[in-house]
Design a protein around this ligand. Structure first.
Ligand code: FES
Ligand SMILES: [Fe+2]
Length: 386
């Protein structure tokens, strides 16, 4: 984040604290429970959000060298992302053109090319079919027509986005709300390409995929739900919201910010006194903590509005090489994971049961939950249910 942005946000936070205010919507928002429980609603989301939109699939730092790859089976198509010999990124269906076997699993580094484990068809890192073993048994089969099926991909700001529909094009800056807006400005300054992947957690939980993201989008729950973890560190029910198209930046404020009142503005370090949540529409929550980044991605499970897969990736600025560094990050990550796993998610799974019970037709989002309102409204709009 640029220093001027941090100073402006600090001013806004101190002003709100003085007025005991927060960012507020004009009115309450009624969010239909169908959004969380209806299979038709989910089908529309999958068709639109998980087919037509660019989805964040990795940070560049996960694939630093030629042959580095990641796979993803959560977005609805088997996805393979790989760095080529020239340093560029490609995305393909992770599907061999012989008989459809998966080419690779998990993540890792291949030397030279991609060799199918089933019958050893051999592809270049740019997806071209290079070798068909026992070629004589495939008369008339043109290698050029059996290259891997590619998917649109963009690498920018140390992040990699893929649209899971072949042939589609996308403009990632337009999706981020426009070139040189506050969001893009912030992303540029973070230099995610120089971070280091530290840990990853995957969860399969009984809740709608949006509920995982919702939990990051309002500080109205901090004091009651987190009294012994992050609650004492953060100002309750105070957020600064800025929206960028369908995306948003929501800063929640550490109590330590109070000490800045008596300090000169040019010494203010906003990220040190806040946690900054970016919602990268549709399914990514990026949380900038003081010294690390958490990437939370949520994926629906086909035909099951009440289930989701959540992947949390934890990135740190320097590799953890010493035991004391490892201890530091373990403690740090433990607080983040414990807060979410033991407090947010059980609360949210309870909401899922409540919304399915027939007891209610809608959730009532208050004026002090503007980020939540923005997200749910944009979801409804994007699938024609607003
Ligand atoms: S399925 Fe890949 S080589 Fe046969
Ligand atoms: Fe929470």
């Amino acid at each position: 984040m640029r220093k001027e942005t941090g100073i402006e946000l600090t001013r806004r936070a101190l002003d709100m604290l003085e007025r005991e205010d927060t960012t507020r919507e004009d009115d309450v928002y009624l969010s239909p429970v169908d959004s969380y429980i209806c299979p038709d609603w989910l089908a529309l989301e999958k068709q639109t959000l998980f087919k037509d939109y660019p989805l964040l699939v990795a940070f560049s730092c996960e694939l630093p060298q030629a042959g580095d790859f990641i796979t993803n089976d959560d977005i609805g198509v088997p996805l393979l992302v790989v760095r080529g010999k020239d340093g560029s990124i490609s995305a393909f269906f992770n599907t061999c053109k012989h008989r459809g076997s998966k080419l690779v699993t998990g993540c890792g580094r291949v030397q030279g090319g991609l060799i199918c484990p089933y019958h050893a068809w051999n592809y270049d890192l740019d997806g071209q079919l290079r070798v068909i073993p026992d070629k004589g048994s495939f008369p008339g089969v043109d290698k050029a027509e059996h290259s891997l099926e590619s998917l649109p991909v963009v690498e920018k700001y140390g992040m990699i986005w893929v649209c899971p529909t072949p042939g589609k094009t996308f403009d990632i800056d337009a999706q981020l709300g426009g070139l040189n807006n506050g969001l893009v400005d912030d992303l540029k300054t973070y230099k995610f390409e120089s971070y280091h992947p530290y840990a990853q957690r995957r969860l399969h939980r009984k809740m709608n995929w949006k509920l995982m993201l919702d939990t990051f989008l309002e500080p109205y729950h901090f004091a009651p739900l987190h009294p012994n973890t992050v609650g004492p560190l953060l100002h309750h029910n105070l957020c600064l919201l800025d929206t960028y198209g369908q995306n948003l930046r929501e800063a929640v404020i550490r109590k330590s910010i109070d000490s800045l009142r008596d300090e000169p503005e040019d010494t203010w370090d906003f990220p040190l006194h806040s946690a900054i949540v970016y919602l990268l529409f549709p399914n990514t929550g990026l949380v900038m903590q003081r010294d690390h980044v958490e990437l939370w991605r949520s994926f629906p499970v086909a035909n099951k509005p009440d289930e989701c897969i959540v992947q949390m990736d934890y990135y740190i600025p320097e590799p953890a090489q010493t035991q004391s560094a490892k201890d530091h990050w373990e403690r740090n990550m433990d607080l983040a994971v414990r807060t979410v796993l033991e407090e947010d998610i059980p609360g949210v799974e309870g909401m899922q049961v409540g919304m399915t019970s027939g007891a209610m037709t809608h959730s009532t989002f208050g004026r002090s939950e503007p980020a939540l309102i923005h997200f749910e409204r944009e979801i409804a709009r994007s699938i024609g249910r607003a």
